[in-house]
Design a protein around this ligand. Sequence first.
Ligand SMILES: Cc1ncc(COP(=O)(O)O)c(C=O)c1O
Length: 386
Amino acid sequence: MTPAPTSSLDLCRPEARSLPIYNAGISERTARAKYNLARVTKLASNENPFGVSPAVIEVFERAFHQIYRYPDPKCTALRERIQALNAIEADRIVFGNGSEDIIEMLCKALLSPGDRVVTLAPTFGLHEIFPLMMGATVDKVRINADFGYDLPLWRRSLCRAPVKLVMFSTPSNPVGCILRTAEFRELINAAPPDAVLVVDEAYHEYAAHEDYPDSLKLLSAQPRPWLVLRTFSKAYSLAGLRIGYGLASDAELVSILDRVRTPFNVNSAAQEAALAALSDAEHLQATVSATARERDLLADRLNSVESVQGYGLRIAPSRANFLFIDTANSSREIAEALLRLGVIVKPWLEPGYDTFIRVSVGRRADNEHFMEAFEHVMRRRQIDLG
Ligand SMILES: Cc1ncc(COP(=O)(O)O)c(C=O)c1O
């Protein structure tokens, strides 16, 4: 008798089997097909809606002719540029196929089953999923009622040793809050001396402000190993090419990450495009400023709708290119109703935050499409409930 086939699930590591699935959202094409939509506005992945610099388009053709070759595994030219921009030694820089690749490398290299990771709640999904994949336990520190980092809670969580990894984003995804300088110092100083600190600054370029700290300076002034993560996916508009980097406390940490990364993890077009994007500071500044203006306009619109209609909305103040909105309804249902009207947003599904949607800031017409659809959906809900 032939033995019963083994299920793939049975062959899986238990950590992988129970892993939550990252909510990567849906594409415009899928949305269009699902509801037969003529117009789709995608505000779900915090991309830069103003597109790439002309300098990127120019180098892209050159990069295209080189795709028969493997990419430079050390990203040498880009490394030199980032080294100069950040005044850091070349061997303290690591590159990834998106910064998410570096989060995965970190977890693979540092975490063993039972290690404890402390992160934020609500959190960027991969800050939780990759540690769980390695069998670590993840403690999530909730934001406070004002949508900020809850420092007393962080202190309490960090003093419960051991802590292997402290990982959080600032500006935070999905909330948009930043850790101010004094808070930043307090949080890192509360960590045990043998914890590794990972500060994910995916939205760094949007946060410039006098109270947004120079994390490299603050981290350099303390003894724990650390890594600051940055990406070209957001303000630099290269999400589709996949490239991010990390700045580390020491070359040893980078050499450990190098051991677990795939050797050619950053494609050649991405390396060229990142260099070109860095060369156009004007484009960066113009699109970041336009996004900040649109974000504040959108927040004002939402707040005034709330004050007139009283839907029970709460809009978190944001220093990034998105807004986190408590809809006081099921986020899944609101997002689906918006999708029917052609607007893709991200329903937050994390326990405790599943009435929130995260809306990326688009161009003016995109944001107007969202507002129109959102008001329609919320009005309908009120009528249905009334
Ligand atoms: C906080 C944070 N970190 C990392 C990433 C990953 O970005 P990428 O892999 O595109 O560099 C994202 C993307 O949304 C993010 O929000």
